[in-house]
Ligand binder design. Sequence first.
Ligand SMILES: C[S@@+](CC[C@H](N)C(=O)[O-])C[C@H]1O[C@@H](n2cnc3c(N)ncnc32)[C@H](O)[C@@H]1O
Length: 346
Amino acid sequence: MTNDALNQSRDEADQTYEWKLQKEAEFWGTMAKERRKGGIPMTMDFSRATRYRVRRSVLGWGDYFQDPALEALTPFGRARIKFVNTVRNEPGKRALDLCCGAGWLALELARSGKHVDAVDLSLEEITVAKEYQATLEEEIPGRINWIVSDLNTYVVDEGAYDQVTSWDGLHHVQKIDALCSAAARSLKPHGRFTLSERTWGGEKPSKRARIGRYLEEHLWTIVPTPSPMTYRRKFKQLFETWKTVFRAKVLRKKNLSVRSQTRVEGFCSPFEDTSGPEVLAAVRRYFDIEKIESYGGFTEEILRSIYLPRVLRIPTVLVLGWLDYLVVRAGLLEGKITMVYARKRA
Ligand SMILES: C[S@@+](CC[C@H](N)C(=O)[O-])C[C@H]1O[C@@H](n2cnc3c(N)ncnc32)[C@H](O)[C@@H]1O
């Protein structure tokens, strides 16, 4: 065995499930701490979130602009407000929030008087959330019970909750079918499951999803974005994408399989997009879907990263946001994010 091959097999062996889980928890803990610098992140407090530039360059990532008032004018922002109002007004007191992260949704539920069991893998992230919430002077009528646990193995209280919620986390959970089944069992009869998820991708993304992704990558390369995402770096990344696509095409023509990436490198979530479209399939198996909406065909990242003076950023974000919405509504592209309003099957 060559040294390279030996190193690679060692790397892959090191990446056991437990190791990846630990990296996942650390990743979100670090992310929560970084986001907290300079403002109140929406991931922590939706009602009090401030407008600021979220600096992530120490992590090797591009900065982005959090602008709650502007987001509220985009179709996705409006849908998020509707989502929050729905879960706040759902009858019954007991709620379970899955992949709660730094706790913004659990906090909104508690503000409306719910008693929330908020579950997440990352102790560090939950600690950041608790520390922030301890600084709030308002009277919060509900309460949050924080639970640090891996949702792949979490045992639910059966028939305990009036509603289950989740925002942007289930695509990190491998055993998504088991989790959705558990979510259904945890609900009282006719209880509601309300979730927003990245349902894009999967093993075989649809043609519309792939077109959206390429469009987003090209557009993202062209539009000005903050440091460290220089044009030089972005064009290099785009070139790498072209190379990968070309290689995959050649291999497929020669009937060779394209080896999926198993190594986890750099600062990233090891379980990013572990499940995607499978989330929807699993929800459909255990729940009756009342409403389903899709957003973000080709501008999901871009809308937060456009590096222009605010007076120009506002119209650009609005035009791109609404154009994206119309293109997804017309069925020309597949939205990356899906909001689902579902009820426990009778
Ligand atoms: C994209 S963040 C979303 C967090 C939060 N819902 C929000 O909207 O800000 C994904 C979250 O899923 C959590 N997570 C990932 N894998 C998990 C697992 N196996 N069990 C529980 N939580 C997990 C991460 O710790 C992280 O907080």
